[in-house]
Design a protein around this ligand. Structure first.
Ligand SMILES: [Zn+2]
Ligand SMILES: [Zn+2]
Length: 236
């Protein structure tokens, strides 16, 4: 299996380190560089690439520093426009990075955002990373490991008296709810699915245990909750 290490997961920062035993990649880099350095034992050169979903700071904070340190950074045209050193991944085209074949697909956020479908030639696993999107319209096959946003619960968000309705509207139009994440898992080909990581949970409008339960209703896969400041929790 592909090893998944959560360095941060919330609207204040998102970064995942994945490793198939041959190739190490970052999925998003919305943390300080020091956090990544610590996670790789200060061997930033061991990171073969950083795939950036979109240009919001909670996903791209240390991109420029990674480039300065020689890490290959990849992203859509909007991400690539921020720094000449970024490799543009055209939507739908397969790109090889070490032992991973990567395909990016466009999502629906308030700025251009991609999801990444990664096949490891080393382990045979397929990891799919979906975040910051209003909905998911693609049908994905053969996924063994899924990292998917479960930003909010619709009922909790609507009942939140501290959020102005304009902000609620923005969230609903740019982020994935637990209801949508569960529907996405339920509708995909789940026959090979072994792990689901719920990510980017809202501080106020989420409920980790309830979210885990919702996903467990639709899959036999092990469900992990990504923690805001790194790490995961799972049912023991
Ligand atoms: Zn975000
Ligand atoms: Zn965003």
């Amino acid at each position: 299996m592909i090893e998944v290490k959560v360095l941060a997961s919330s609207s204040s920062g998102n970064c995942y380190l994945i490793d198939d035993g041959k190739t190490r990649l970052l999925l998003d880099a919305g943390v300080k560089l020091s956090k990544i350095q610590q996670a790789v034992g200060f061997d930033v050169g061991s990171i073969s690439g950083a795939l950036i979903t979109h240009n919001h700071n909670d996903h791209s904070l240390c991109v420029d520093e990674l480039i300065k340190r020689g890490v290959n950074v990849y992203g859509n045209a909007d991400v690539a426009s921020r720094n000449d050193g970024i490799n543009h991944i055209p939507e739908g085209r397969k790109v090889g990075i070490g032992t991973f074949d990567v395909i990016a697909k466009g999502m629906e956020h308030d700025i251009p955002c991609s999801c990444f479908y990664l096949r490891s030639l080393a382990t045979g696993d397929i990891l799919l990373y979906i975040t910051d999107t209003k909905s998911v319209h693609y049908k994905f096959h053969d996924v063994t490991q899924l990292i998917i946003e479960a930003n909010y619960d619709h009922r909790l968000l609507l009942a939140n008296a501290y959020k102005p309705s304009s902000l609620k509207h923005r969230i609903i139009n740019s982020h994935l709810s637990i209801e949508q994440a569960s529907e996405c898992v339920n509708e995909m080909d789940k026959s090979k699915l072994k792990e689901v990581y719920l990510c980017h949970l809202s501080d106020e409008d989420s409920d980790a245990e309830m979210f885990r339960h919702e996903i467990e209703k639709v899959t036999e896969a092990k469900v992990y909750i990504c923690e805001k400041y790194g790490g995961v929790t799972c049912r023991t």
